[in-house]
Design a protein around this ligand. Structure first.
Ligand code: PHE
Length: 503
């Protein structure tokens, strides 16, 4: 079975790579070879074990090290050896005198005599004499004792493993262990990692570069100074990927909604089909206003029920205002005609009329329709964004401030305001924004404060600041598109060319 390499973490790959070179390694050795920390190795090994790519064996191993007396015995010989040598040199002197010359420690002499005589048989009692003083040297002193052989093992090494000892040495070690301060017994847990067959086939696929990527990047040495390493060019072109993604306009709508929300606005929605009453009349667009003409508005066949258009009071109030301001009499039959909304402002007004908020910040993003020829710069169906803020005492300055902040959040810094005309606002302004990339000032959103002729019939008492305009013009600036139709043509090359995000 081959393991799916993509499922392995770079650390896991690096561990496998090093295990492949040595059959089995301890955690410590792996950490050293791979330049990973002990903790990284431990975690990586656990994951590899879970994936059945490595085996972990835990052994406890026993070591010995010389203690103080053991170390001096290595230099000067064990006390029993020193004793017999001294006796051999001066056989006629009594044992007490000999002992003095060797400067034995307090408990050492007794032990040395006992071991030399009873254990090693280096000394024996002359027949008929029970005095310690008359101990004689035997023939066998040339043979090193088991303890001596063990001590000798430490001549060049600090520690000796229990597994390295032969039978005689083992016996010697046991004897030495019984004597105080000669050897220390140390028990250690050793964790050894080795590969399973699956691990081996996984390791065969590992790309050295990949498993050591971090190492190369971290290295301060240049590629030439490190044989076997390859420098990685972080600016090299990468393979272009075309994953599925949301449409650029969808992204822009999401961004705009996010901006409104971040400024404390709440979204409202309304119908795409409106009555002329809300789309025009209530917004003080007189019934003979040119914008209502066939070439600007899509009228639907059929009429709305007069009772359903608005409350009686609202209809009466609006009709009075129109009759006062127009030479032609206001006609309900013009008001109940159905239209595809030409802007989103009727939605705003209806919301304020229905809810009568004392204070509110609202926004909407919705499709609007205008009976225009589709050209490079015009669409007959497009998105409009609209924001309104109302509170007692709100002024045109507040509106300009909100606008400036809104634009700033869109990345547009330079904004100018210009007087203009809308039937439903007074004053009315047009905002102009400076677009650096094309070095031009462009008209973007219309804005103003609802006129009394609009607010009062709906019993709205506080000033209503409103602004709105087409989303696609903003999209053109954002996406560097000079033909508005591109946004809807859905040409795959164009869609692919729009980056999803940019630094
Ligand atoms: N409704 C206007 C338009 O269609 C924009 C606008 C909104 C103007 C609100 C003033 C206030 O362009």
């Amino acid at each position: 079975m081959t393991y799916k390499m993509t499922a392995l973490h770079p650390i896991e790959k690096r561990i496998l790579y090093h295990l492949d070179k040595d059959d089995s390694l301890t955690i410590e050795a792996l950490s050293q070879k791979s330049d990973l920390s002990i903790d990284q190795v431990r975690r990586g090994v656990e994951r590899l074990k879970f994936k059945k790519l490595v085996l972990i064996t835990q052994d406890s191993s026993i070591f010995f090290e010389l203690d103080d007396r053991g170390k001096s015995a290595l230099l000067k010989g064990l006390p029993e050896r020193r004793l017999v040598i001294a006796i051999q040199l001066e056989p006629d002197k009594g044992i007490a005198t000999v002992a003095k010359s060797q400067a034995f420690e307090k408990d050492e002499l007794g032990a040395a005599i006992r071991i030399a005589r009873d254990q090693n048989h280096w000394l024996f009692q002359a027949s008929g004499d029970s005095k310690r003083a008359n101990l004689r040297i035997s023939q066998s002193i040339s043979e090193p004792s088991a303890e001596e052989q063990v001590i000798e093992r430490f001549r060049n090494v600090k520690r000796v493993s229990a597994t390295e000892l032969n039978d005689l040495e083992k016996k010697g070690m046991e004897l030495l262990l019984r004597r105080p301060n000669y050897v220390k017994r140390i028990q250690e847990q050793i964790v050894t990692i080795s590969m399973t067959t699956n691990g081996r086939s996984a390791a065969a696929e590992i790309d050295v570069l990949e498993s050591h990527r971090g190492e190369f990047i971290r290295s301060e040495a240049s590629a030439e100074d490190r044989p076997g390493t390859i420098a990685i060019d972080l600016h090299a072109a990468v393979k272009v990927a075309y994953p599925g993604k949301t449409h650029p306009l969808t992204d822009l709508i999401a961004e705009i909604k996010e901006i409104f929300v971040s400024m404390g606005f709440t979204e409202i929605e309304g119908n795409i089909i409106q009555t002329s009453f809300w789309n025009f009349d209530a917004l003080f667009t007189l019934q003979d206003h040119p914008a209502r003409e066939m070439h600007d508005t899509y009228y639907l066949s059929g009429l709305a029920n007069v009772e359903e258009i608005a409350t009686k009071e609202q209809i009466t109030n609006v009709s009075k205002i129109h009759n006062k301001n127009s030479i032609n009499a206001w006609d309900i039959r013009e008001s109940n005609r159905l239209v595809l909304r030409t802007h989103t402002t009727p939605v705003t007004l209806k919301y304020l009329a229905d809810n009568q908020p004392d204070e509110a910040k609202l926004f909407s993003v919705g499709t609007v329709f205008r009976n225009e020829k589709v050209t490079k710069g015009h669409l007959s169906e497009f998105f409009q964004i609209e924001g309104i803020a109302t509170k007692p005492g709100a002024s045109i300055r507040d509106l300009m401030g909100l606008q400036t902040e809104f634009y700033r959040k869109l990345g547009i810094q330079k904004v100018r305001f210009w007087p203009t005309f809308f039937p439903y606002t007074e004053p009315s302004l047009q905002s102009m924004v400076y677009i650096e990339s094309i070095d031009k000032w462009l008209e973007l959103f219309g804005m103003g404060i609802f006129r009394d002729e609009v607010a009062l019939p709906m019993k709205i008492r506080n000033p209503v600041l409103a602004w709105g305009g087409g989303l696609e013009r903003l999209a053109m600036l954002r996406l560097g598109v000079d033909d508005i139709r591109t946004l809807y043509s859905n040409k795959i090359e164009w869609l692919r060319s729009v980056p999803k995000c940019q630094l």
